[in-house]
Ligand binder design. Sequence first.
Ligand code: PHE
Length: 351
Amino acid sequence: MVDLRELIQKVLQAKNKLELQNLKTQFLGKNSQINQEFKKLGSLAEDERKTRAASLNNEKQKITEAINSRFKELEKSEINQKLQKDKVDVTLPARERPNGKIHPVSQVIDEISSIFSEIGFSVAEGPDVETEYNNFTALNTPEDHPARDMHDTFYLDGNKKILLRTHTSPVQIRAMLSGKPPFKIIVPGRTYRCDSDQTHAPMFHQLEGLHIDKDITMGHLKGCLDYFVKEFFEVKKLQMRFRPSHFPFTEPSAEVDIGYRLENGRIIVGEGDKWLEILGCGMVHPNVLKNAKVDPKKFQGFAFGMGIDRLAMLKYGINDLRSFFEADYRWLNYFGFDPLDVPTNYRGLSR
Ligand code: PHE
């Protein structure tokens, strides 16, 4: 026989939901006493069976009711406990805005990365201290090549084997040597040349682009740059011209100008009667591919390199390149960006 009062007593004293759950299994589950009693019904005479079944059902219902009511009680006290713990002190002051600002160069690198990632480029990096081999020789710029003089290199050793990279192009070599084609990367980073005036700093920033695959053409290069410049300057119309040029590591090579006009001394990018050079580019020279262990008979593609600081100056109306690197807090406060406002193509790139 089931001692109903005792069972119900136990249920009502259950301290938490887990204990209650265990009691439920014990009192109503497959192996519970009441279940055993139900099984015995079959062997009883019909009259007896009916009354016995009714009383068993009654007991079962009472237990169930007790369990349900205890469950509700426990739930309520749990919520109350939580509310007690989660008290919010509404008298606390609001959190202050962070004090720091994002430097325009960092901001522009984020913007550029976001724009190129939309069309499948990933970001690669390389060291500032490079070998002479990666910076020049592997890029088809042999020892006696005049292009070496144009770069005003900072050498770090007497043998001129180690240097501060003069452009981000050596990362082309590093990237290709450390993977298999196709390659589709951009490389933002610091670069160094012994040069300093209003538009040149000894340390500046470049962005390299490299896209190598089976049938990449100059047409792809053009489309890619047109897309980038329009997105970056947030303009719908853009005049762009490719001027034939020379770089040892590309053939053919071109320099790219974009159209602009002046309005009250401000540069308006997109259309106009003036041209501004923004980058160098071309089809990667077969010798460069060979040096980077890529078969030029199977693969080809384009590369480009642009000055990031220049782009930042143009977009945000900053006149002197040197102010970028003076670490003047007032300047940074004025030209800097909110650290919580990360640029994306969806939310907008600039403020
Ligand atoms: N590295 C070149 C420079 O610094 C730019 C460039 C990169 C040109 C890639 C062509 C291809 O001037």
